[in-house]
Design a protein around this ligand. Structure first.
Ligand code: GDG
Length: 565
């Protein structure tokens, strides 16, 4: 199976907002979509396009992500080619996931640059001598600069410090931190490689926008090597921990210093931003922290910290759900043995210990124990995606989930019904949207989750407004959706089971009332509006940089950007 972090596929095109079939509500958005106030350089671990040989032994995901066959090894950005196996054909996976799909058109419009790890087996057979390739293959609208990371680098940087230290740390699982001897060195080395690549491409007016926890050290390195007129911004997609958890971070001071190389640092919700300020205050004594304005002065520079919740491409999920063909669900239900005549619950998660899947299965078991009349009348579909299986904790977690599904099924199943239908298949997005639309209840119950896009996608695809979202109060998404979802504490099994029963027995009027409000919120805070907010902030910071900032009296700093309206 392909690397699971690359899942959904979409080409973002028509992003005009529409909730429940009505017209765009945000008149301020440009018809062309968000615009960046400078030449944009996106920097992320995952790349927007991946080149693969078609005869790769791994099964193709052509059915789950749009794959374009591009023939034999391609010409690089400078006309050169390093093809070694002309006879083998190459496919290109197109943008996946909300962020990649959302940013791709913005980078296209600005003729920008995207710098990322080249993890496809044909990636470096289509790039030029400087590891650049023009993408998308048929448009060549912008430059993708790939980093060629050795297996040791990937193990230390990605499977090491990123996912054995920062991921558990930021989600509050300090007992799961594995501080292996050379991981931080690899993390630093790879961050240096990213920073070097950025300085190759940076111009005076560049806006550098880094994504996520794989790149915590790079901002400070970049800052040291690019013109002072360049804006460095970063969005941290996962939670930020409290100081009492952060003290478990090996090289924590380096991580904080690295992030203070940014002019702008974004989190999904305010508590994460505030916790970052608290950590800096506690662990970097030389930093001046202004909590009221959420900015930090350190080493002669100012970092603005903002909370900007990320949304999804609501319009395209709405459209895909509306255009679900009548036979599509039947085929899907047939394939997985989902009965057509029962109420359906749905869960969709990476197999990650933060997602609370075992706790959810226990709640489903309790629900059947306490409400046996639902046996044979309710089926829970769990779509799980194996993730980071090179790490033993993840491997064991997946095993535990699979065992729990089997145990509960054995306990309750009948010859023609299973309580839990479990699959690790990657679903094409049109099937996913059809399933979202059909599911009577979506259960999103992470133990901790930075935002959670699945909850928002479900709402966007709930075009009939006759469905219910159950949402953990430990997700970033709960801030926006909690008041009209059914709130669950994922570890309170009895109450969780009671909320499942409540969802299934709620009156149609109540269901619709709640879902209509949720839909308004998801459409008004979609991926496009999130990017507009990011770029508004970047614009304000961008306008303020370039002058020496010697003030520590934040209250009188007239160059302070005002929050976007
Ligand atoms: C991180 C943070 C934050 C899943 N299975 C299939 C499929 N998916 C897609 C979903 C959704 C995405 O994967 C998962 O997004 P999440 O937000 O739920 O989770 P993370 O991967 O943990 O993401 C998280 C996010 O970054 C953004 O900032 O919200 O808190 O942990 O888009 O649809 N898509 C398709 N088939 C599948 O089988 N097509």
């Amino acid at each position: 199976m392909r690397i699971p972090e690359r899942l959904s596929s979409t080409i973002a095109c028509n992003r005009m907002q529409r909730a429940d079939g009505r017209g765009r509500s945000d008149e301020t958005a440009s018809a062309d979509g968000p615009t960046c106030p400078g030449s944009l350089i996106v920097v992320s671990n995952r790349q927007p396009y991946r080149h693969e040989y078609e005869d790769d032994e791994q099964p193709s995901v052509a059915d789950s992500s749009r794959s374009n066959e591009v023939g034999s090894p391609q010409t690089g950005a400078d006309g050169g080619s390093r093809a070694t196996a002309e006879s083998r054909s190459i496919t290109v996976d197109e943008p996946t996931g909300g962020l990649t799909a959302g940013l791709d058109p913005v980078v296209k419009r600005t003729d920008g640059t995207w710098i990322a790890w080249g993890d496809g087996d044909a990636d470096f057979d289509v790039t030029d001598e400087e590891n650049r390739v023009a993408v998308p293959p048929d448009e060549e609208a912008y430059t993708l600069r790939r980093l060629d990371l050795s297996a040791d680098a990937v193990d230390g940087y990605y499977y090491g410090f990123s996912n054995r230290v920062l991921w558990p740390l930021c989600h509050g699982f300090s007992d799961l931190i594995e501080d292996r001897p050379t991981d931080f060195d690899w993390y630093r080395t790879v961050n240096e490689q990213f920073a070097d690549a950025v300085s190759d491409h940076a111009a005076d007016d560049s806006v550098i926008w880094l994504q996520d926890y794989h790149l915590a050290l790079a901002p400070r390195m970049i800052r040291a090597s690019v013109p002072s007129s360049v804006t460095v911004a970063h969005f941290w997609h996962i939670p930020w921990p409290t100081p009492s958890i952060f003290r478990h971070c090996p090289a924590g001071g380096d991580v904080l210093e690295g992030l203070l190389g940014n002019d702008l640092l974004g989190f999904h919700v305010e508590p994460y931003a505030d916790r970052f300020l608290n950590c800096v205050d506690q662990y970097l004594p030389d930093a001046a922290v202004d909590r009221a304005h959420r900015r930090i002065r350190y080493d002669g520079r100012t970092t603005h910290v903002v909370a900007t919740p990320m949304g999804v491409d609501a319009e395209s999920h709405d459209q895909e759900a509306r255009s679900a063909r009548p036979d599509q669900l039947s085929v899907l239900f047939d394939t997985y043995g989902i009965p057509e005549n029962t109420a359906i619950g749905l869960g969709l998660d990476r197999l990650d210990y933060t997602k609370g899947v075992p706790e959810r299965l226990l709640a489903i078991e309790r629900f059947f124990e306490q409400h046996p009349s639902w046996l044979g009348a309710f089926t829970f579909v769990q779509k799980a995606t194996p993730s980071r299986t090179d790490i033993e904790t993840y491997e064991q977690y997946g095993e535990h989930v699979r065992n729990e599904v089997q145990r509960i099924n054995r306990r309750f199943e009948t010859p023609d019904w299973r309580p839990i239908v479990y699959t690790e298949d990657v679903l094409p997005r049109e099937d996913l949207c059809a399933l979202y639309r059909r599911a009577d209840a979506m259960i999103v119950s992470p133990l901790v989750d930075g935002m959670n896009l699945v909850a928002q996608e479900y709402v966007a695809a709930s075009v009939d407004s006759d469905t219910t979202l159950l949402l953990s109060d430990r997700t970033g998404a709960h801030e926006r959706l909690g008041s009209h979802a059914l709130t669950i504490d994922p570890t309170d099994t009895d109450d969780f089971a009671a909320q499942i029963e409540r969802a299934l027995t709620m009156s149609p009027y109540e269901r619709q009332r709640r879902m209509n409000t949720l839909r308004q919120r998801v459409f008004s805070g979609d991926i496009e509006s999130w990017m507009n907010t990011q770029f508004d902030w970047i614009r304000r910071v961008h306008d303020g940089v370039g002058e020496p900032d010697t003030s520590t009296d934040y209250g009188s700093d007239s160059r302070e950007p005002t929050p976007p309206v």
